[in-house]
Ligand binder design. Structure first.
Ligand code: IMP
Length: 180
């Protein structure tokens, strides 16, 4: 495993969470969800682009009869969160009266997830849960509950394992944090 620093555009990033630790975190989340939803048939909504790698790995640990949809929403530019959240695309099936699990890469300020929650609540699911690989508690400005958190991290910018810096770095198999 290459755990050297990487350069993406104008920034350097140092190794942060190795791939084997990520896989342990993902496996634990999958087992927890599988046991909590035993006997149920939830719909997983994987939020693109950031959660594509996490979502794919997570689903391999879901031992349930379930459906998976990939949805898309975007609220981020460069390293600054913005308050504008664009339209939701990709939800082509009804989630009315379904148990829904939103799979997100990270909850930072919480603006994106807050928007997703209100969008999905309007569609009257039976239940709505959140599974986020990472959580930045110091930046969180909302008050919704996150049902499944892989890891809480300090306020630093990360790339790799689906996370990008200006579109780059999503393919890296482990997580890196920015070098200031
Ligand atoms: P929020 O709306 O502020 O919670 O931001 C959520 C979105 O911002 C996430 O879905 C990510 O796409 C992006 N984001 C937040 N923190 C990071 C980071 O450290 N690296 C890369 N993307 C991030």
């Amino acid at each position: 495993m290459n755990m050297q620093p990487v350069t993406l555009k104008d920034k350097q990033f140092k190794p942060y969470i190795p791939a084997d630790e990520l896989q342990r975190i993902v496996a634990r989340l999958g087992e927890q969800i599988s046991s909590d939803y035993a006997g149920k048939s939830p719909v997983f909504l994987i939020v693109l682009n950031g959660a594509f790698m996490f979502g794919a790995d997570l689903m391999k640990h879901i031992d349930l009869t379930c459906r998976v949809s990939l949805i898309k929403v975007s609220s981020y530019q460069g390293m600054q969160s913005t308050n504008t959240v664009s339209e939701l695309i990709g939800l082509n099936e009804s989630i009315e009266n379904e148990d829904v699990v939103i799979v997100e890469d990270i909850v930072d300020t919480g603006v994106t997830m807050d928007h997703l929650l209100s969008t999905f609540k309007d569609k009257k699911p039976k239940s709505l849960a959140i599974c986020s690989l990472l959580f930045k508690p110091d930046k969180f400005t909302k008050n919704f509950k996150i049902d499944y958190i892989g890891k809480s991290i300090p306020n630093e910018f990360v790339v790799g394992y689906g996370f990008d810096y200006e579109g780059y770095g999503r393919n890296l198999p482990c997580l890196y944090s920015v070098k200031e």
